[in-house]
Write a new protein. Structure first.
Length: 279
């Protein structure tokens, strides 16, 4: 069996960027028309993904920090990672509360309790997981890369949202006069449609493509790692159009940023592995 490598995803990478380029070309002519045709804010599935589509990023923060609290060599590092995990848990809990708790009066408190409790249970569960010594450094590296990728992706998308200042479809007036093409930055004006943060966060699921580097099962099914992430991210992207939250170009660029950041992360991991720093 061939060892895992970034090159083993060559066909998937070519396909992805061809589709992204095609989407951007099509979006230059059909962005507004697509949203008008698809808009249906009462659609159940689209509302569900509106609430849960960003879960991969939140789950990544929790799992990576919990893993580091188990595997880091120094005690103070493990404690710091555990504290970070609880903080990420609170962040996750507030995210869940904003989307699922109907009563504003209980939303914050319930979110904090739920998130912190979830993180503590996760930390406890990791105490009982046995990790073979040869996997400790690779998993530490993956966790750190995952956190870095998530931070860079989120930062890039946030910066671009501010610079582009694109009005969301749901915020347009009846004449659609405020609509602008994706290649036309408007500057800082409080509008934040381009690119899609939901799609970028969903695209953190592409980090599954790191699993073949540490798992024989995923090495045999490495293409599945890509397609699971691709299908999930595409579903989230499509429902953002249905909800009137984004345009085709928004989700294409959001997904492309996420995928590219993940590929860079995989390349960094591969380089460290080749230099023998993960053994």
């Amino acid at each position: 069996m061939k060892p895992a490598s970034l090159k083993s995803y060559r066909m998937e990478m070519i396909l992805f960027y061809l589709l992204a380029a095609g989407a951007l070309i099509a979006a230059a002519f059909t962005d507004l028309k697509l949203d008008i045709a698809l808009n249906n804010t009462s659609d159940f599935i689209s509302n569900w993904f509106a609430r849960t589509g960003e879960m991969p990023a939140y789950c990544l923060l929790l799992l990576a920090s919990a893993m580091l609290s188990k595997l880091l060599p120094a005690r103070w590092m493990r404690i710091a990672a555990a504290v970070a995990c609880v903080g990420c848990g609170v962040y996750f809990g507030l995210y869940v509360a904003r989307r699922f708790f109907l009563e504003d009066a209980f939303r914050t408190g319930c979110g904090i309790l739920y998130g912190a409790g979830f993180a503590l249970v996760l930390l406890l569960a990791f105490r009982f997981i046995s990790v073979p010594e040869p996997l400790r450094k690779p998993l530490i590296c993956m966790a750190v890369i995952g956190l870095a990728v998530c931070a860079i992706e989120s930062g890039l998308i946030t910066l671009m949202k501010e610079v582009w200042g694109r009005v969301r479809f749901r915020d347009l007036d009846g004449t659609y006069a405020q609509f602008t093409a994706w290649y036309h930055p408007n500057g800082v004006n409080g509008n934040r449609s381009f690119p899609s943060g939901h799609t970028g966060s969903a695209g953190m699921s592409y980090l599954l493509m790191l699993l073949p580097f540490v798992s024989d099962f995923w090495r045999r099914h490495r293409h599945l790692a890509f397609w699971l992430a691709f299908c999930y991210t595409t579903a989230v992207a499509f429902t953002r159009l249905v909800m009137g939250a984004h345009y085709l170009s928004d989700v294409a660029v959001g997904g492309t940023i996420a995928f590219t950041c993940v590929l860079i992360g995989i390349k960094v991991y591969e380089s460290l592995e080749a230099k023998g720093k993960l053994t």
